[in-house]
Structures are given as C-alpha cells and as structure tokens.
Design a protein around this ligand. Sequence first.
Ligand code: AMP
Ligand code: TRP
Length: 333
Amino acid sequence: MSKKIFSGVQPTGNLHLGNYIGAIKNFVSLQNDPDNYCIYCVVDLHAITLKQNAKDLKKNIRETAAAFIASGLDYKKSIIFNQSLVSAHSEGSWILGCIARMGWLNRMTQFKEKAGKDKEKASIGLYIYPILMAADILLYDATHVPVGEDQKQHLELTRDIAEKFNLDFNSPDFFVTPEPLIQKNFSRIMSLKDGTKKMSKSDPSEFSRINLNDSSDQILNKIKKAKTDAEPLPDNENGLSNRPEAANLLGIYSSLSDQNLSNTINEFSGKNFSEFKKKLASLIVDRISPISFEINKLLNDQLFIDKVLKDGAEKADAIASKKIENLKKIVGF
Ligand code: AMP
Ligand code: TRP
C-alpha cells in the first residue's frame, strides 16, 4: 500500500546522532521506497515556542535542511521545506485549536518537561505546540509519521483531533488519522555522559552527544570519554539490565551497522570497553564523516539551500492551501 509520509524536525541547534538514528535515517529509507510520497519539514514555527535569537534561527534552519540533504534526503523525490513559508500551518492550527480540549493538552508530558517548574511563565505557544504539529500532519493527509518515541503522545493527540473534527462536522473522511512509525529498536539514543538521559540538543555538555557535523577527531574523543562501567561486555541481552551505558553504546553500534542487538552482543561478548569503543568510534566516523563533510559543503552555498526550501514550500503550499480551503468550507466560513 502506498504511504503518505510527513515528519518534521526543529531547527534549534546541531542535529545529533539521536536525531539521525531515531528519525532521519528512517526518513531516508522511507523516501527510497518508490511506493511512498514523503514530505519533510523544518519546523521553524515550533522552534520559537522557546526563545530563539533571530540570527541563530536563520542559521539553524539552513543547517537542518543541509543535514537532511547530506543524510540522503533528495529534494527531487521528497518535498523538503520550512514551515513558516507555508501560512496554511498557522491557519490550520487556529481552527484545530478550537477542536482540541484543554484536558487533552494538560496531559502532554513534553510540555511539562519543557515548561519546567514555573509553568505560568511558559509561552502559550509551547502549550499549544502539539496542535500546530497536528495541523502539519493533517493538512497533507499524511498516513504515516516517522518520529522518535518521545513524539508518540503528540501523534495520539493528532489522531484525537482528527477524529473529533470528523465527528463534530459530520465529515467522516475529511481528516486522515495518521499512524506513528516508531522504530522498535534504538528509538531512544541516550546521552554519552548518562545512559538514563536522552541524547539532546539542549544538554549543556558537548560530550553528551555526537553532532552530525562533528569532525572525526571530535567523534573519537567523545567516544573515548563516553561513560561506561567496570564490567566486560555481556554475552546476552539480560546482561544489559542495569547497564544503561553499555546498552546505549551497543544499540548505537547495532543501528549504524544495520544488525540486530543480539548479533552485536555476540560480536563483543566478554570484550572490554576499550576494545569495543575503538570499533564503535571508527563505525561512527565511517557513517557520520561523509554527512558532516556534505553539510559543511552545502552550507557554503546558502542560495542553493534557500532555493530547495522555497521550491519545496511552493509544492507544499499547493497541497496545504487546498486542504485549508475545504476545511474553511466545512467550518462554515
Ligand atoms: P527534535 O530535535 O526534538 O525536533 O527531534 C527530531 C526528531 O528526532 C524527532 O523525531 C525525535 O523523536 C527524534 N529524536 C530526538 N532525540 C532523539 C534521541 N535521543 N533518540 C532518538 N530519537 C530522537
Ligand atoms: N514535535 C516534533 C519534535 O520535536 C517535531 C514536529 C513538528 C513534527 N511537527 C511535526 C514531527 C509533524 C512529525 C510530524 O520532534
């Protein structure tokens, strides 16, 4: 069955190995299935739910687009664009905000995490962020949405909004209820400094993550310093319980070598970390260096990146504005 794929990534800083393994690697394989129609969005409207510096935002939009292309997304096969160029996202978000219920939003764990202790001081945008995400997806009739585990709750909310709209307005087929596509394995890559915390752009320590534009030396150094424990590597999966750092590093190795965890465990069983880390570092360098090289090359040609985004936005706008037109009719405008 052909699938219509939509996904988005926020331009809020360097993309890292977690984004690559949890999301972008998957975007590329979905794109390369000729049955799929894929739309990938740099979600800059989402980025401003937390304070951004205007210059950095512009730079990050281009960097995220460059990382998409350098990782293998092809603007001739997929639509690649940034959200703020297509006004239908904001417009659709308003209408869907009148469908979503406060109670639904109050359950969102990402808001609770990002708003921190002082919720009163969080922006309204941060609170209604999942409604904008629902608009992103529903405007394109996406059937499948590849995301990391942390976005599953937002996808459920999107489905609730779609179903309530269809029911309230007696138009059972208007919005498509999308399915999340979450990888079973390695959907959460953890920090290199603490195997119980997600690898994240917002972690203050550079040593917690590998950025897609890190040099080989930076990668080698970060893996060398990555936290481990004192035991040799186990000979079965049960031996990984209570060893989050070992589990994470073996997971990264498995994902980048496209093999399952048990094969990786067999390969390194009984070995010590120093030996495993050498292999891991060289695998990451092999996979990430060509991407890093390409990102830096693309960033020297900003006109090209801007043109890819603008051309993509025109194609996206043609789809989304038609959906908005029909949405407005149904609502009674
Ligand atoms: P973000 O950078 O938060 O916009 O995330 C972009 C995509 O990367 C989303 O699909 C996330 O679920 C995914 N992602 C972010 N961090 C990680 C991580 N540490 N492990 C796996 N996936 C991640
Ligand atoms: N909320 C997603 C994240 O932080 C980004 C996002 C925005 C998104 N709109 C989307 C993902 C639509 C998938 C589909 O990762």
